[in-house]
Design a protein around this ligand. Structure first.
Ligand code: BDR
Ligand code: CA
Length: 337
């Protein structure tokens, strides 16, 4: 009998729903490294409104793909929220006015026109209908695009193989209000739609992502094989920028580094032994005067027959970073000098 463990694994098909965003970019680069190593195939990117405007996250996604030689990957433009957003709902103060540490001018320009680009919910629907049961959605921004797809075609999210979300905070402080995490708080109604769409949503909350402090030394290690390449320079400068705002907003208890929240999703997908997961029913506060966007799981001793999620509550950070750093090194070593 052939040893089936020796069979070549098929690359994991991924749609990345993202609002770049400094930490989004590090997750994005990790995916692209895994694509280069043939562990993943990135079928599409859907840009989400969140850290910066939908227009800006679209442009940023295109620029990252240009910079890394993946310009052919389709990008959908984010669905805008219905209500008018005040500028201070977004997170330019953390990620820079352009969402990329004010480094967008240093990157190749985006080659595609925003207004004629396919809308993110349409792209999700199209891809999930043509590849039912095979695509993993990695959602690292507010869940507006996913919810819009589900509302437009009820049941569409069931066609994903898996949905992995960076979001929420359980028995733990929020990062945008005392109780809420940014991605869920930004559009709690959308999060509700997504968590109601299936019973196996994978959630990477602040409980684990607060342990993922990426330092300037790590960035230097990542770029050492090809330090002068445009990608290496971008990584180091973005890291520097993110560390500055992270310290200013006291997100790491003073440790000089920044939190690679969004990369936790890829840790789960490709290095699952770095995380401990708990089965739970996740509920989202959409009404609270003070608690909008809070995520809850029930820790009482009683039967809970309606679980809808797997929630990560512990991470082995050294092991996570071993894998993260080695994969980023691979991408930089392979990048154009
Ligand atoms: C999440 O909020 C955003 O600012 C980050 O990109 C991440 O997705 C962390 O709460
Ligand atoms: Ca994000």
């Amino acid at each position: 009998m052939p040893d089936s463990s020796l069979a070549v694994a098929q690359p994991v098909k991924i749609i990345l729903d993202t609002d770049p965003g400094g930490d989004d970019i590090f997750a994005f680069l990790w995916v692209l490294s895994l694509v280069k190593q043939q562990h993943a195939s990135l079928v599409a990117v859907t840009a989400a409104e969140g850290n910066v405007t939908a227009r800006q996250t679209f442009t940023n996604s295109k620029q990252i793909l240009e910079l890394t030689g993946f310009a052919d990957i389709p990008v959908g433009r984010g669905v805008s929220l219905q209500q008018d957003l005040k500028g201070d709902s977004r997170a330019e103060h953390i990620h820079g006015a352009d969402g990329m540490g004010n480094l967008s001018q240093t990157l190749p320009p985006a080659t595609c026109d925003y207004s004629s680009a396919i809308q993110a919910d349409e792209l999700l629907i199209e891809q999930l209908n043509s590849n039912p049961g095979t695509i993993t959605i990695v959602a690292i921004g507010p869940l507006t695009n996913l919810a819009a797809a589900e509302i437009k075609q009820p049941g569409i999210l069931q066609k994903a193989k898996e949905i992995i979300v960076m979001g929420g905070a359980f028995y733990s402080a929020g990062n945008v209000t005392p109780t809420a995490e940014f991605n869920i708080w930004f559009n709690p109604e959308a999060a509700n739609v997504v968590f109601d769409s299936r019973d196996d949503i994978v959630v990477l909350p602040l409980n684990v992502t607060r342990k993922l402090v990426f330092t300037q030394d790590m960035a230097e290690t990542v770029i050492q094989s090809n330090p002068h390449s445009p990608l290496a320079q971008f990584v180091v400068q973005l890291c520097q920028f993110m560390i500055g705002t992270t310290l200013e907003y006291r997100e790491t208890s003073g440790e000089p580094g920044f939190l690679v929240h969004d990369a936790a999703t890829l840790g789960y997908l490709f290095y699952p032994d770095t995380l401990m997961m708990q089965r739970a029913r996740v509920q989202i506060e959409t009404q609270g005067e003070w608690t909008k966007g809070q995520t809850l799981i029930d820790a009482r001793q009683c039967a809970k027959p309606q679980s809808n999620a797997w929630v990560a509550l512990q991470v082995n950070a050294p092991s996570f970073f071993t894998n993260f750093i080695e994969d980023l090194k691979y991408l930089i070593a392979e990048s154009d000098s």
